[in-house]
Design a protein around this ligand. Structure first.
Ligand code: XIL
Length: 606
């Protein structure tokens, strides 16, 4: 049996396609087919070909200190106002682990003196003439960005000082993780419980931190008295009153609010999530909520926040079009939040994330990366290997925000691994500080990101990636492979004609040696088809005698246009693999699939 035939069996059997999510809080493994931020999606076929928003990058949204500085209290502008960027910033300490000059140094976060252990080997600070920062706050300020954390009211109120000291030292932007959601705020239709929210806002003000309220409208954590048994006028009145009451209480004390959260679900016929709001009010609730909020507090920044919309594709395209239409209709939206709950197993590429940030910024919006955390445990391997992947993922997210002028803030969805919503499913380690409040390698990744340093891509592991050597190293699983000058692109491309199944396409086997050590990788390829369809990239892995398919990226593709399909991934193995191949496929049988510049590059830390 040829190598090719060995692949065909599992491949044809697995046409359901294994999709891996950026965030699958509902499942322990991100191998759950196509979950996307907890929202079931299909791995393919969902993506549209709407604008990918290339173009100008200069916007005025960056800087975090826009028009609302004066209305949101003195803290808004102060932490980020005066910086001139990372370069030229004087080294403030000898190393990032040192907190000298920090008012909380010498405290129980004595990880400061030892955290060099967990981050040693990184080159963030100290050498090479690079600036070094004692805290994330300092690094973020130098980059003219806000650095945020979701704050758990119970942890803040709890015994011990590590949580509050770390929050005060490292962050200047706070999002109540749950305390300002409708359900926790309004347990009954006639009462409010402000305690948790007040404590967080008081703390933030006491530590020169600005606050983003989160969130007026969400399909989860809505009070139990809000239901589909309400009439449209009852629900409208309740929502309007909630927005007005809450904005009145915190007027002048919040920088921003997430007005609507997670309204998109591309698996429904309409593309909107069928929440109680959608069911009772239709999609008009989104515009109404923003308008009521603006009328109630003209000075606070109003955000739309979404999960699983970081990558270019169906969900982010739907969100983009929705926001564009709302803006065209005069709806007062100041910014968008891209949550960025990721998994180191598979997450959006730098190029996707940056293009996505840019297209929203080009609408005149502020962009926040609003809820960053990373599952690491679905990649087998040592903690050291997993935490290196996490470091690289965080460096990529922070760095992408820093190099895109329209991105003003990065918020992590928690402070320490001890308090993360992901632990509700199974113990994870998704944040910057470990359970002893020690700085993890991820912290060094964030610091690097604030200096505008993105993960480094190493040599391409794909042989003959641009087909300069003809078809060498490649085969077509069915049909005929032809190499010729790429139509509309430079250099050569390989095209497969006469494919007999969506699972058929281009295959490069023989990647075992290059990939057997696993690790963090960047994938990209330029693809073209002669009929609108979707395209996929996957690794075929034989491990312990079992063949499996690791879906790297899926995207809808228009006819006769080159499209960059890309994604980052983390590879790890339970047992030593015995074969690894890369395949590009996806269109219906008969559709021509062409490819060039196929890249699989190790991601490393500079
Ligand atoms: C989560 C909280 O972290 C959990 O404590 C809570 O049980 C559920 O909600 N997207 C959001 C956040 O916008 O509000 C969610 O927060 C995580 C996903």
């Amino acid at each position: 049996m040829t190598e090719l035939h060995r692949w065909l069996g599992p491949w044809l059997a697995s046409l359901a396609l294994v999709g891996c999510s950026e965030a699958s809080p509902a499942g322990k493994s991100d191998n759950t087919a196509g979950t996307d931020g907890g929202t079931p999606t299909t791995a393919s076929g969902e993506e549209s070909t709407a604008s990918t928003g290339s173009g100008g990058s200069a916007t005025t949204a960056a800087g975090a200190n826009g028009t609302n500085a004066s209305s949101t209290g003195g803290a808004t502008g102060s932490s980020n106002g005066a910086s001139t960027g990372a370069t030229g910033q004087a080294a403030s300490t000898a190393g990032m682990a040192t907190t000298s000059g920090d008012s909380t140094s010498g405290d129980s976060t004595s990880g400061d003196s030892t955290s060099g252990d967990s981050t040693s080997g990184d080159t963030t600070t100290g050498g090479g003439g690079r600036p070094s920062y004692a805290t994330l706050r300092e690094a973020a300020a130098a980059a003219n960005r806000l650095i945020g954390a979701a704050v758990d009211a119970a942890a803040l109120a709890g015994a011990g000082t590590q949580y509050s000291e770390t929050l005060a030292r490292e962050f200047d932007y706070v999002t109540p993780e749950n305390a300002t959601k409708w359900g926790p705020l309004a347990p009954t239709s006639s009462s409010y419980d402000w305690q948790g929210a007040d404590a967080i806002v008081d703390f933030a003000e006491g530590h020169q931190e600005v606050v983003k309220g989160h969130t007026f409208v969400w399909h989860e954590q809505t009070p139990s008295w809000v239901s589909t048994s309400m009439s449209a006028s009852e629900l409208n009145a309740a929502l309007k009153s909630h927005i007005e009451t809450t904005l009145a209480r915190y007027r002048g004390r919040m920088r921003a609010w997430d007005v609507v959260n997670e309204a998109v679900d591309v698996n429904t016929a309409s593309g909107y999530r069928e929440s109680v709001f959608y069911q009772v009010l239709g999609p008009g609730y989104i515009a109404d909520a923003f308008r009521w909020a603006r009328a109630a507090d003209p000075d606070v920044l109003l955000f739309y926040n979404e999960i699983g919309a970081e990558r270019l594709g169906a969900k982010s395209d739907f969100m983009y079009t929705m926001i564009q239409e709302l803006l065209d209709a005069g709806v007062p939206i100041d910014g968008v939040g891209l949550q960025s709950h990721v998994s180191t197993h598979r997450y959006p590429s730098e190029s996707d994330l940056r293009a996505n940030i840019r297209r929203f910024a080009d609408l005149g919006l502020r962009v926040n990366i609003s809820e960053v955390d990373a599952r690491t445990k679905n990649v087998p391997g040592t903690q050291e290997a997993r935490w290196l992947m996490e470091r690289i993922a965080f460096q990529q997210v922070v760095g992408s925000c820093v190099v895109e002028p329209g991105c003003e803030a990065i918020t992590f969805w928690g402070v320490t691994d001890s308090y993360s919503w992901l632990n509700e499913e199974s113990e994870e380690d998704p944040l910057l500080f470990d359970r002893s409040y020690m700085r993890k390698p991820a912290y060094a990744g964030a610091l690097d990101g604030f200096m505008g340093l993105l993960p480094v891509r190493g040599a391409n592991l794909v042989a003959n990636s641009d087909f300069a050597g003809g078809a060498t190293g490649w085969e077509a699983t069915t049909g005929e492979l032809t190499v010729a000058a790429a139509e509309g692109e430079s250099g050569n491309a390989a095209c497969v004609n006469g494919r007999t199944d969506v699972g058929d396409g281009l295959l490069q086997s023989g990647l075992l040696e290059a990939l057997q050590a696993g690790g963090p990788l960047a994938f990209s390829a330029m693809l073209r088809v002669d009929a609108p369809s979707s395209v996929e990239a996957a690794l075929l892995i034989v491990e312990g005698g079992e063949e499996s398919e690791f879906n790297i990226a899926s995207r809808a593709i228009a006819q006769d246009q080159w499209l960059e399909l890309s994604g980052y991934l983390g590879l790890g193995f339970e047992q030593a693999p015995s074969a690894i191949a890369l395949k590009l496929y996806g269109p219906a049988s008969g559709v021509e699939l062409c490819a060039t510049r196929v890249q699989l590059q190790p991601l490393t830390v500079d």
